[in-house]
Design a protein around this ligand. Sequence first.
Ligand SMILES: [Ca+2]
Length: 201
Amino acid sequence: MHTDLLKVLFVSVLLAVGTLGCGTLPSEKDVAPAAPSEGRNIVQNGSFELGPQVRVEETLNVGDEIPGWFAVGGPVDLTGSALWRPTDGYQCIDLEERRGRGGIRQILNTTSGSKYRLVFDCAGNPDGPPKMKRLVVIAGDQEAEFNLNIEGKSRWEVGWVSKSLDFKAKSSHTTLEFRSANESGLCYGPLVDNVRVYAIN
Ligand SMILES: [Ca+2]
C-alpha cells in the first residue's frame, strides 16, 4: 500500500511538472512572423541598449555615436524606461528632439546582390503633435514610409507595432536609416526599437 501510494504521488508530480513545462513553451502567435527562422541578425545594437545608460532621455546631436549608430540630419533622443517602456530592454530612440527632427544610421556589412529582411518595432511619441507620425526607413535599395497614429496612446501604452521591409544589398556596405518626416519636427517623433536584419533567400 505504502509503495503504491508513493508511485501515485511520483507519477502525479511528473505529470504536474510536464504540464508546467508545456505551459512555458512559446505559442505560435508569440513568434514574430516577419523574422526568418534561419540566418543571423547583422544589426549591431539594434535595441539601443549598448553605450550610454539612460533613465529618461539623452540627446544625440548630428555626428554623435552610440555603438553601431550615429545621428544624421538632426538631433534625436535616446530614451529610457522612465519615460515609456521599450519593446526590448530599457532604451529606444525618439527620432526628434526639442530643436527639430533627426535620424539615425548604421552601415551594415552585407553581401552584394543578396536579399535581406529588416524587422523593427515602432510607435509615436504620445506627448505631443502631430497626431500622425511619419517614419521614413531607408534600407539598401528600398525606402518606405510608415504612419503611426498616437490617438488614444499614452506614455504607459505607446502602441508599439512590428514592421518589416525586404531589400537587396547593392554592395558590401549597406545603409540602414530611420528618420522622422514629421512636418512640424518639434520634439515628438516616431519611436524605434528592436531593429534586426536577416539574410533571406
Ligand atoms: Ca531597446
